[in-house]
Write a protein that binds this ligand. Structure first.
Ligand SMILES: [Zn+2]
Length: 461
């Protein structure tokens, strides 16, 4: 009899206690022990010279989601979570997306069916509410109790936007349940006003998407949503912060003692506005909302992450193929207004950040683990179970080859968009072996489990 089912031996382990050379002993689906010279396991993984980190927790991804305009994301649960797994992510939170007129409970049931069928990593849902009528709000207590403990709302997009009064209604309902409200904060009127003027002047190419979604539109909406959260006392998560001022407003709210949190995404840390200025319609690939900003904003976002003003780096994976099913659904030369928003990023999130934070040394490996795994798990009701290497936690473990150099390219990716915004970038460090609940799901460059292996996560409030 072996003491452990698996021992990951001799790696550099980042646990809740810091960085150390240690072995990890796994029994069943959980971590049993972390220490030196653990007894033999039934299976041994040699991690000498490698980093052993918790699996990534990506708390913002759009998967098998139908947009309000009727377009389905390029990825289903199988392809998106396979891409996530290859990129070192073992937990994903995606959306059960209500459109106006739909029954929220039925929406959640439908997304459960899709994810149960396809997911290869563990998953949970945010409740995306577009129609906060009486029936919807009456369903919230049971849905939150069933483990979908966060609500997402929009301050923009014609078919999704909630006015301030509706926002307050959702916030009050969420507050009563101790559920966090997540928000896409951009000012609809400012975007719509600017867009109309640009289009009237014939400025329709993809690069004008970034002009239409001005930084002021984000800054106004973040300040307003913080005020509404303060009024209701609800816990707030501001999604995909792109501007220095937006991050500063969140930092200020936190210093006032408000229960306000913020995330940013790799596309705001590694891309800038000028990246949209590509020949022909190519810039459509980089139309996402809010758009990337300036190098100064990148510096400010990194600083905000360092200070704890921003606490999470998620992917906001929103896969839209560069063809008539997605980016070019309005024809080969769409105006920026007709291009569905979103970029793929579920697979590149962890490797890009590993390269910057660990290989290049910016903030270091503990901050990398904190921002990509531990803190997302904590803030979304998965503390001590996901995003951490410690006894009793799920054995979601990634062995990183810290020396492997990779040129990012579309053919390497497992999502279905057919492109990556980071084409040609050379990075150092790659997730080599990925375990979920003690089972190897990625080994030697291959997926070792079938769609449906992933389990639904009932999250605490
Ligand atoms: Zn999103």
């Amino acid at each position: 009899m072996f003491s452990f089912d698996t021992v990951i031996r001799n790696g550099t382990v980042v646990s809740g206690e810091g960085v150390c050379n240690a072995d990890i002993g796994v029994r069943g689906s959980t971590i049993e022990a972390i220490g030196r010279a653990l007894p033999q396991g039934a299976r041994e993984i040699d991690a000498t010279g490698n980093l052993v980190l918790p699996g990534g927790v990506d708390t913002h991804a759009h998967i098998e989601q139908i947009s309000a305009a009727g377009l389905r994301t390029a990825d289903d649960y199988a392809s998106a979570t396979t891409a996530a797994a290859f990129g070192g992510t073992t937990t994903v939170l995606s959306f059960a997306a209500q459109h106006r007129g739909l029954d929220l409970q039925q929406v959640v049931t439908d997304y459960h069916a899709a994810a149960t069928r396809g997911a290869v990593i563990d998953y949970g849902f945010h409740l995306l509410i577009a129609d906060p009528n009486e029936r919807t709000l009456a369903q919230l207590p049971s849905l939150v109790a069933s483990g979908c403990s966060t609500v997402k709302i929009f301050l923009t997009y014609e078919r999704l936007i909630l006015d301030d009064e509706r926002v307050l209604e959702v916030m009050a309902a969420a507050r009563a349940l101790n559920a966090m409200v997540c928000v896409h904060a951009e000012n609809q009127g400012m975007i719509s006003w600017t867009s109309k003027r640009l289009i009237a002047k014939g400025k329709t190419q993809p690069k004008y998407h970034a002009v239409a979604h001005s930084r002021e539109a984000e800054i106004e909406a973040i300040n307003r949503i913080i005020a509404l959260a303060k009024m209701t006392g609800v816990a707030l998560m501001v999604y995909h912060v792109s501007t220095a001022e937006g991050a500063a407003a969140i930092g200020e709210a936190r210093r006032q003692g408000l229960n306000v949190h913020g995330e940013t995404c790799p596309q705001y840390l590694f891309l800038v506005t000028d990246d949209l200025d590509l020949p022909g319609n190519e810039g459509a690939k980089l139309c996402f909302s809010p758009p990337p900003r300036t190098v100064d904003d990148q510096v400010a976002l990194w600083r905000a992450l360092e200070l704890g003003d921003l606490e999470i780096i998620s992917s906001d994976h929103a896969p839209s193929a560069f063809d008539e099913t997605g980016k070019l659904s309005a024809g080969p030369n769409p105006t920026f207004k007709q291009i569905p928003s979103g970029v793929p990023g579920i697979e590149t999130r962890m490797p890009l950040l590993f390269d910057k934070m660990v290989s290049k040394g910016h903030l270091g490996v503990e901050a990398f683990v904190h921002l990509t795994a531990t803190q997302p798990a904590r803030l979304y009701g998965l503390a001590n179970r996901k995003g951490v290497l410690q006894a009793g936690a799920d054995a979601d473990i990634v062995v990183w080859d810290k020396d492997r150099e990779v040129a990012l390219t579309a053919s390497l990716m497992h999502d279905k968009t057919g492109y990556t915004p980071y084409e040609g970038r050379r990075i150092v460090g790659w997730p080599e072996t990925v375990l979920i609940r003690g089972t190897s799901i990625i080994e030697q460059g291959e997926l070792r489990v079938r769609p449906g292996f992933g389990q639904f996560l009932r999250r605490a409030v």
